[in-house]
Design a protein around this ligand. Structure first.
Ligand SMILES: [Zn+2]
Length: 285
């Protein structure tokens, strides 16, 4: 089975480097990622752009829009990018730079960091971004749920805040990263109710293979997630993602394989990514 990783990172930010060193023990480099991909049949990774201007700065209000994958010098065939948006840098220059970068073949979407940056999804500040998304047929990925930084503000990252945008911009596709975890039942309702909202199952646990196995096999740790997936009843709108470097590819892949009924594996691990990110087609053919 060919696999697409719909959510990973290749950014020089301190928190990812520390996680790789102290918790997941992955080789946090382009080569390290491509090695794990080759070993596990992953043919493409969609990187979520994020940068910081000083070590430990993320979420950084000084980073310029768009934020790309600053660890990637030249894009190999297996890596594409969603451009990160800093709402503090969305003046005309920022929007022009975002539009120009959207025209590159390796740019397949836009990433908005709800909770890391203190704006709701429906805030006016993001409206020009949604217009660009519509114009370039680019999906918008939102960070939703727990923030991987205690400087985040959770009220902005609740998945319910995506509903109004999904209704207002029916012709744009949205992907709620992490399914809104821990508010996955709310995430399930947003996905169930809106035809243009999808969810990725990345970042639901952090650590090395042993830690992933411990959490995966815990009787209660993922009860809320199983409940939400069952309630949503739209497995075909879920996408596999690792949030690498937060966890190695293999144990995370095994976790999602066990979580999703086999009848939907082709959708979750491959086909739905092509629906949500149409620009990736030439990279996986
Ligand atoms: Zn992520």
């Amino acid at each position: 089975m060919k696999i697409i990783d719909a959510h990973m990172h290749l950014s020089h930010i301190t928190s990812f480097k520390e996680t790789a060193e102290c918790r997941s023990f992955v080789d946090y480099s382009v080569e390290g990622l491509l090695r794990e991909y080759a070993e596990n049949g992953v043919v493409l990774g969609i990187g979520m752009g994020v940068t910081e201007t000083a070590p430990g700065g993320f979420p950084d209000q000084e980073s310029s829009t768009p934020m790309g994958l600053d660890m990637v010098q030249s894009y190999p065939q297996q890596i594409v990018c969603c451009l990160g948006v800093n709402p503090f840098k969305l003046d005309q220059a920022g929007l022009d730079a975002l539009e120009k970068a959207l025209q590159r073949p390796e740019t397949v979407g836009i990433k908005i960091y709800l909770g890391y940056y203190p704006y709701y999804a429906y805030d006016d500040v993001y409206q020009p971004v949604y217009e660009l998304a519509k114009q370039y047929k680019a999906p918008v990925v939102y960070h939703t749920g727990d923030t991987y930084s205690e400087r985040g503000l959770l009220k902005y990252s609740h998945p319910l805040t995506v509903d109004e945008v999904a209704v207002t911009h029916r012709d744009v596709n949205f992907m709620i990263a992490h399914f809104g975890d821990p508010w996955v039942l709310d995430g399930a309702e947003i996905v169930y109710k809106n035809r243009n909202v999808f969810a990725d199952l990345s970042g639901l646990m952090v650590g090395d293979a042993a830690e992933c196995a411990r959490l995966k096999d815990s009787p209660l740790f993922f009860t809320h997630l199983r409940h939400a997936l069952t309630y949503c009843d739209h497995y075909e709108k879920m996408l596999f993602g690792t949030d690498w470097p937060l966890a190695p590819v293999q144990p995370y892949l095994q976790f999602v394989q066990e979580l999703i009924p086999e009848a939907f594996h082709a959708d979750v691990f491959y086909k739905t990514a092509l629906r949500v990110f149409p620009k990736i087609a030439p990279f996986v053919e």
